[in-house]
Design a protein around this ligand. Structure first.
Ligand SMILES: NC(=O)c1ccc[n+]([C@@H]2O[C@H](COP(=O)([O-])OP(=O)(O)OC[C@H]3O[C@@H](n4cnc5c(N)ncnc54)[C@H](OP(=O)(O)O)[C@@H]3O)[C@@H](O)[C@H]2O)c1
Length: 325
């Protein structure tokens, strides 16, 4: 597996990371096969994946515990990323944005404990808190860096102006934002901004929450509580319309004797050497397929064909007010 360095100051990571969220939350089957999830993390290590992504809100908490257990004695071989800001530790511990420095510190202490480590490689603010100036939050994160408790600072779904303000306080190693063949909004302003500032880019949901693999054709395939049931792109007419995107990706995949999900990942990796996507899975078979995308080369004609896939129908979240803020 190739490696890249995230931005000017970030860590060196495998070109493809592993998103661990779906092992414990959000998607159908989460939490049902802990042994399978741990085996997937171990297989990822064997295949050269060194970049693992979790967050305190996944579960909540259980995903960090799982990742911590799975990585065990191999902690120093990996770049471990987690996120805070969705849990109000200063109140009753309920969900809600909280970017206050005291909340960030309580979150960090919890994450360190659950992950079984004394440092986190990238500590991301999961979403910006409009009640707290970004300078205050990043100021606290800079203290954690000085204390050696985190190595790098990350932001997730921050808007260009927020990224600039944050970078003025302390170097930001990575921005984690949704980016894939059906979520191309970062191309307009966000990618140029992070490139100008020397910040790495980590596309989340690079497989379109599984949709771009072509395996989701109907909501009936998803459990009642699966997050995608409330995602506008997966609803009724939108889902039906969006299937043509998968068909266009599949046309390229057939030329290469590959899978559409692999083509979606290869297209993302072709967008720049500063991009490290983190496809998520809890299964070894999917992981192996995704990692194999690292060896897939798309021709200029295929890249152009993929650039032309239909725009998606439906927003990527039911409420878009908390992203790009
Ligand atoms: N910063 C943020 O706000 C944010 C938001 C969302 C996600 N994330 C992070 O990004 C990571 C990846 O995003 P994601 O998990 O939302 O979406 P994703 O990687 O686009 O897709 C994951 C889904 O695709 C399925 N899948 C994976 N590989 C497959 C394959 N080869 N063939 C068929 N299906 C396949 C998985 O199934 P199985 O579950 O059955 O394996 C899962 O349902 C997450 O794990 C999380 O760490 C961050």
């Amino acid at each position: 597996m190739k490696t890249i360095t995230l931005g000017n100051n970030g860590p060196e990571v495998s070109r493809l990371g592993l998103g661990c969220m779906g092992m414990s939350d959000f998607y159908t089957g989460h939490g049902t096969d802990e042994a399978g999830s741990i085996a997937t993390i171990h297989r990822a290590l064997e295949l050269g994946v060194t970049f693992f992504d979790t967050a305190e809100i996944y579960g909540p908490f259980t995903n960090e515990e799982l990742v911590g257990r799975a990585l065990g004695g191999r902690r120093d071989e990996v770049v471990l990323a987690t996120k805070f800001g969705f849990i109000q530790h200063l109140g009753d511990g309920s969900r809600g944005l909280d970017g206050r420095p005291e909340n960030a510190r309580l979150a960090l202490e919890g994450s360190l404990k659950r992950l079984g480590t004394d440092y986190i490689d990238i500590f991301y603010q999961h979403r910006m808190d409009p009640k707290v100036p970004i300078e205050d939050t990043v100021g606290a994160l800079a203290e954690f860096v000085a204390e050696g408790k985190i190595r790098h600072i990350g932001l997730s779904e921050a808007a260009p102006e927020t990224i600039r303000r944050a970078q003025a306080v302390h170097p930001i190693a990575a921005l984690q934002t949704e980016y894939s063949l059906w979520s191309r909004d970062p191309e307009a302003e966000i990618l140029p901004t992070v490139r100008e500032l020397g910040i790495g880019f980590v596309p989340y949901s690079p497989l379109g929450r599984g949709f771009l693999t072509g395996t989701i054709r109907s909501l009936d395939q998803l459990d009642e509580k699966d997050f995608r049931r409330s995602n506008p792109r997966f609803e009724g007419e939108n889902l039906e319309a969006n299937i043509r995107i998968v068909e266009q990706v599949d046309a390229v995949a057939r030329e290469l004797d590959a899978k559409p999900g692999q083509v979606a990942l290869a297209w993302l990796m072709a967008q720049g050497d500063d991009i490290a996507p983190i496809p998520g899975t809890k299964r070894i078979s999917y992981l192996e397929e995704n990692v194999a995308a690292d060896a897939l080369t798309l021709s200029d004609a295929q890249l152009a064909q993929l650039d032309g896939v239909a725009a998606p129908q439906g927003d990527r979240y039911p409420d878009m007010s908390s992203v790009n803020r």
